[in-house]
Design a protein around this ligand. Sequence first.
Ligand code: SDX
Length: 426
Amino acid sequence: MDKKKATLTVDGTVPIELDVLRGSLGQKELDIRTLGAQGYFTFDPGFTSTASCQSKITYIDGDQGVLLYRGFPIDQLALNSNYLEVCYILLYGETPNLDQFYKFQGSVTNHFVLHEQIHHILRGFCRNSHPMAMLCAMTGALATIYHDSMDVNRKTHRDLTAKRLLAQMPIMASMCYRYSRGKPFIYPRNDFSYAGNILYMMFSSPSDKYVVNPILERALDCILILHADHEQNASTSTIRTVGSSGANPFSCIAAAVASLWGPSHGGANEACLLMLEEIGTVENIPLFLQRAKDKNDSFRLMGFGHRVYKNYDPRAMVMRDICHEVLNHLEVKKDLMEVAMKLEYLALHDSYFIERKLYPNVDFYSGIILQAMGIPSSMFTVIFAIARTVGWIAHWKEMHDEGLKIARPRQLYTGYTRRNFNSKIK
Ligand code: SDX
């Protein structure tokens, strides 16, 4: 890492020298680790200007709209790879040869049988529970079952957990969907692809032969790749924070699932589709654009804007192409797509959005595709969670491989100064 120096002076005090760090790509960063000992903290709610760690996994250039997984451009991976191969790349840093890929695939399918005890946990939920609530609880409950992979200090345990979670997140997710519909659970097949198994476990019937639709299988595989990782987003930062205390992997992933559920994060795909349905027609768009710009209205254009991208989210571009392909293949009505495309056009020609560099993000088109595939909006963020599990695990493993340091930020205290206590209830 290339190092230069920066000098900080506060009210004419003795200058403080800080290292200026340069990674292999991206902006210069001030190394402020020595500031605390010199009596200063930095203040950055929401971490808008703060790097929390160093990582080799994913790189984003928000101004250029660039997203690289281990250096590979996201559009090349989405169009030419498959989700399990991308999982290997994110976890191990290099593309696998055929032998490595099949061994990796086998190490995941080995865990295709979920412990039956999980069924009892699922059956404790109301059938109309939100699937993200059920998935979050079930993921954390794996810590009550898999005691053979809980020691985070052992690399073998960390590897075993990674394979187990990659295998079992889609199984638990499809169980949540089937449970909410009173349908029997379907287990994955070793001869189906990762995406094919998700469709199979959700939509097949025990009494019929199920044929995976290759167009939908390919579209879902692309969606999984596009959502696999995204640097230090809220849920990945969550798993790094929870994991920094040495917490077990299942509790860490459950915390990440909880963070992803928020409408400002992974919950935006469900919120975006519900917004498009509420807009309903192209004629209603101007009213909703006005609401999105009104500071007194809490309404936000869901699927629009991003903390990092101040240009097109490269994933949204790929997603839009997949959208057209799936809608054409299924010959379904394109009303929502027309509303989405007109909304995108009008927003991108509106000074409010232009000045704030607000563009469609990964969540803007994904809901239209998933709905066309027959996946209900309540399952959209669950699909996102399945895809992002590999990213969460990759960052969690990277953090452990580099040595844990517990995350413990400080604060700007604005409360009472010291005062004596006099009870008013005695
Ligand atoms: C994901 O971080 C990641 O990498 C996340 C993710 C991943 O892969 O992990 O990419 C996935 O979470 C994508 C984002 C999904 N969320 C949404 O689509 C929800 C709608 N978007 C907004 O809530 C918002 O854009 C955020 C939360 C995504 C980003 O918020 P920031 O960076 O904190 O930006 P901000 O709230 O400070 O907004 C800056 C300005 C404000 O206006 P002013 O105060 O300057 O006048 O832009 C406005 C905001 O009011 N603004 C919007 C808007 N997003 C920002 N106004 C209307 N509609 C919006 N969507």
